[in-house]
Write a protein that binds this ligand. Structure first.
Ligand SMILES: C[S@@+](CC[C@H](N)C(=O)[O-])C[C@H]1O[C@@H](n2cnc3c(N)ncnc32)[C@H](O)[C@@H]1O
Length: 231
């Protein structure tokens, strides 16, 4: 067994399955995760126009994780929120408690990009929508829009914060909860947890992303956290 305290509030360079196998049952309050969708969106050319963004091509999005990995996610965590839940329907039971990420709001974009993304959740609530505009280079957070984006499937920090804040406000998550992001990528969900004063563990197994995500997290950790939840 691994000492979970040693994993807390940092990103660990590891295969998430190997870490989960060393964790006790239900030691994580919420697995807030964004696993590979199996869409081969792990690099290459993104966007449109004359200057599409180029990312180093990787292989982590060749296929969705094996069932044994999802079994471990469900074993170690009490609740789960899973980005791209529609890609993992073979592992996930039906529910009405989906979160819809509305990426367009009232804008009338003339492109073929996805207008929504679906997050499967283990909670019980009527389907819930969060609006955060993200279409190509258009980004609802001016600060994030200016950042040098180096991860091809980075999720918006503000969206992650909105979801976690709503869980806290509706008491679906306690302030002393432990959140896990087993597919940390650029570290977005770890930073969202930090910004809201939540403890987290995170794993990333790509040797290029890992140091960049640690630097991004440490920059956030150098700022004072909100600690709104008395923990
Ligand atoms: C969809 S991306 C996550 C993006 C992240 N939510 C963000 O905002 O940056 C999935 C990430 O999981 C990582 N990954 C894939 N398989 C993994 C595994 N077995 N263990 C740990 N990380 C893994 C990939 O390298 C990739 O960075």
């Amino acid at each position: 067994m691994i000492n979970i305290e040693e994993l807390k509030n940092k990103i660990t360079f590891a295969d998430c399955f190997e870490i989960m196998q060393q964790l006790p049952d239900k030691c994580i309050d919420l697995a807030f995760i964004d696993p590979p969708y199996g869409k081969k969106c792990d690099g290459g050319s993104y966007g449109f126009g004359l200057t599409p963004k180029q990312y180093q091509k990787k292989k982590w999005d060749e296929k969705i994780p094996d069932k044994k990995v999802f079994d471990e996610i469900f074993r170690v965590s009490k609740n789960q929120i899973i980005f791209g839940g529609n890609y993992f329907s073979e592992y996930l039971p039906p529910t009405n408690a989906w979160i819809v990420w509305d990426k367009v709001s009232d804008y009338n974009f003339k492109n073929d990009f996805s207008q929504c993304e679906l997050l499967w959740t283990s909670y019980s609530f009527a389907m819930k929508k969060f609006i955060f505009v993200q279409q190509g280079f258009v980004n609802g957070d001016p600060a994030e829009a200016l950042e040098n984006r180096w991860h091809p499937t980075k999720k918006p920090l503000k969206l992650a914060e909105m979801i976690l804040l709503w869980l806290l406000q509706t008491k679906r998550l306690e302030g002393d909860a432990l959140v896990a992001d087993f597919y940390s990528g650029s570290g977005t969900f770890a930073i969202a947890c930090h910004n809201l004063g939540l403890d987290f563990i995170a794993t990333e197994n790509d040797a290029d992303y890992y140091p960049l995500s640690v630097a991004r997290l440490e920059k956030a950790q150098a700022q004072q956290k909100l600690n709104l939840w008395g923990c």
